[in-house]
Design a protein around this ligand. Structure first.
Ligand code: SAH
Length: 379
C-alpha cells in the first residue's frame, strides 16, 4: 500500500452510512456486541456488502498498492523461488502452484514468464487461484488470459486438488480477521464492537474469558491493564490444511506479508482508504482492514504440527539473495531511457529497508523432508 502500513495520519471521515453499517447495526441491536474478529470478517468477507466482494481495491485508483504491482521483478523472483522448489521436490510431473488471494493476478503473470524458461515446468504445472471475490476473479482471468499453464479458481485452500503443492500468499494473511483480547485486572476479555448511545460503532470489552476460551498462547500470561493481544484463527486453519497435505505429498508455502518477527502485545488493527489511514470503525465494508502478521506465532504453530519453517527473512534480503540486482540490471538494459528511473525506484521501494524492505517479510513453510532452497539453503 501507499504508506507501507506505517501509520502517519488518520483521516477523520464524517460518519457515512454504508450498506454493511446498516446490517451490522441491526445485528448488534439484536444480538448484542460482536467480537472484533466477527466485525473484521463481516467488513472484509461479507458476500454481499464486504470490502473484497464489492470493489477493485488494488492500485492507484483503489486503496492500496502491493509489491506485485510495484515492480514485475517481485513476481519474477517468486517465480524463481517456485521453480527452485519444484526442482528440489524432484521435478514432479504434476504440481499445483496455488496462490491465495491473487489480487489483480500480476504476481502470477510475472512468475509464469519465468516458468517458461525452465524446461518441463510449464508442462507439469496447474495454477490454482484461491479467491473469494468475484470482482478480482474477473481481473485475474483478464490478466492471465495468455497463461500457458491451465488455471482453475477455488474458494478455499481445502478445495485445491491433492498432490505436490507450492503455495504463494502475498499480503493475504494480513487480510484474515484477528481476534483481539484485552487485559482488564487479572482477566483477558474478548474485544468487542458495540454501539454508543448515538448509534456509532465503538470498541468495548466483553465478559472475562474462561481458560478454555482463551488462546493457548495467552494462558497464564500476565499483561498491563488495557493491553491488547491478537490471534488469527484462520491462519491456524491454513497451517492445519498445509500440514495435512504434507502427510501425502511434498508441500512448500511462501508467506509474504508485513508484520513482526517476534510476538508482542499490541493493537495492530488498521484501516486504509484511498492510500491513507482511516478509522477501522468508520465506513464498514468500504475501507481495507488489516492487522500485522505475527510471524513468530505462525512459525511456532507450523513447527508444532510437523512442518519445517525458514525465516522470516526481510523482503529486501530475500529478493537480493534470489537475484534482484541482476534482474534489475537486465530490465534496465532492455528499457527505454525514460523508463529507467521508474524501474529503479520500483526496485528500491521493494528492497530499501526504509521502504518495504524490512517491514515486509518472507516465511517459508514446507514438508520436513524437503531440503531448504535458496535463499535459506543451497540447491
Ligand atoms: N496477493 C495480491 C493481493 C493482496 S489483497 C497482491 O499481492 O497484489 C488480498 C487478496 O486476498 C484479494 O485478492 C482478496 O480478494 C483475497 N482474499 C481476502 N480474503 C480472502 C479469503 N478469505 N479467501 C480467499 N481470498 C481472500
Amino acid at each position: 500500500m501507499g504508506a507501507h502500513k506505517k501509520p502517519h495520519r488518520i483521516e477523520s471521515a464524517p460518519r457515512a452510512e454504508t450498506p454493511l453499517a446498516a446490517s451490522l447495526r441491526m445485528r448488534i441491536s439484536r444480538e448484542g456486541p460482536i467480537s472484533v474478529h466477527d466485525y473484521m470478517q463481516a467488513c472484509l468477507a461479507d458476500s454481499q456488502a464486504g470490502y473484497y466482494a464489492t470493489r477493485q481495491p488494488i492500485g492507484r485508483e483503489g486503496d492500496f498498492v502491493t509489491a506485485a504491482e510495484i515492480s514485475q521483478v517481485f513476481g519474477e523472483l517468486i517465480g524463481v523461488w517456485t521453480a527452485t522448489v519444484w526442482q528440489a521436490m524432484g521435478a514432479p510431473a504434476s504440481v499445483v502452484v496455488a496462490e491465495l488471494g491473487p489480487g489483480r493476478g500480476t504476481l502470477m503473470a510475472d512468475a509464469l514468464r519465468v516458468f517458461k524458461a525452465v524446461p518441463r515446468l510449464l508442462d507439469s504445472v496447474c495454477i490454482a487461484l484461491v479467491e473469494t471475490s468475484p470482482v478480482l476473479r474477473e481481473t485475474q482471468s483478464e490478466t492471465l488470459r495468455e497463461s500457458l499453464a491451465p488455471l482453475q479458481w477455488y474458494e478455499r485452500i481445502e478445495d485445491v486438488p491433492q498432490g505436490p503443492l507450492i503455495l504463494i500468499a502475498n499480503e493475504f494473511i494480513d487480510a484474515l480477521p484477528v481476534r483481539q483480547m484485552v487485559r482488564q485486572g487479572d482477566a483477558w476479555r474478548e474485544r468487542m464492537v458495540t454501539l454508543t448511545d448515538t448509534d456509532a460503532f465503538a470498541f468495548n470489552a466483553g465478559t472475562p474469558l474462561e481458560r478454555d476460551a482463551l488462546p493457548a498462547s495467552l494462558r497464564g500470561i500476565d499483561a498491563a491493564d488495557g493491553a491488547i493481544a491478537e490471534t488469527r484463527p484462520l491462519a491456524s486453519s491454513l497451517l492445519t490444511a498445509l500440514a495435512a497435505r504434507a502427510k501425502d505429498a511434498a508441500v512448500a508455502a511462501l508467506i509474504a506479508d508485513y508484520g513482526h518477527a517476534e510476538s508482542n502485545i499490541g493493537d495492530t488493527l488498521q484501516a486504509v482508504h484511498r492510500h491513507r489511514f482511516a478509522d477501522p470503525l468508520s465506513m464498514p465494508g468500504e475501507v481495507d482492514l488489516t492487522a500485522h502478521v505475527d510471524f513468530a506465532a505462525l512459525q511456532d504453530s507450523a513447527r508444532a504440527i510437523g512442518l519445517a519453517a525458514y525465516g522470516p527473512m526481510p523482503q529486501g534480503e530475500f529478493l537480493l539473495k534470489l537475484g534482484l540486482a541482476s534482474r534489475c540490471e537486465r530490465l534496465l538494459q532492455n528499457a527505454a531511457p525514460e523508463q529507467q528511473a521508474a524501474i529503479l525506484s520500483g526496485v528500491a521501494r521493494l528492497a530499501d529497508p526504509r521502504q518495504m524492505g524490512l517491514l515486509f517479510k518472507m516465511l517459508v513453510l514446507q514438508s520436513s523432508g524437503l531440503a531448504p532452497t535458496p535463499p535459506f539453503g543451497d540447491i
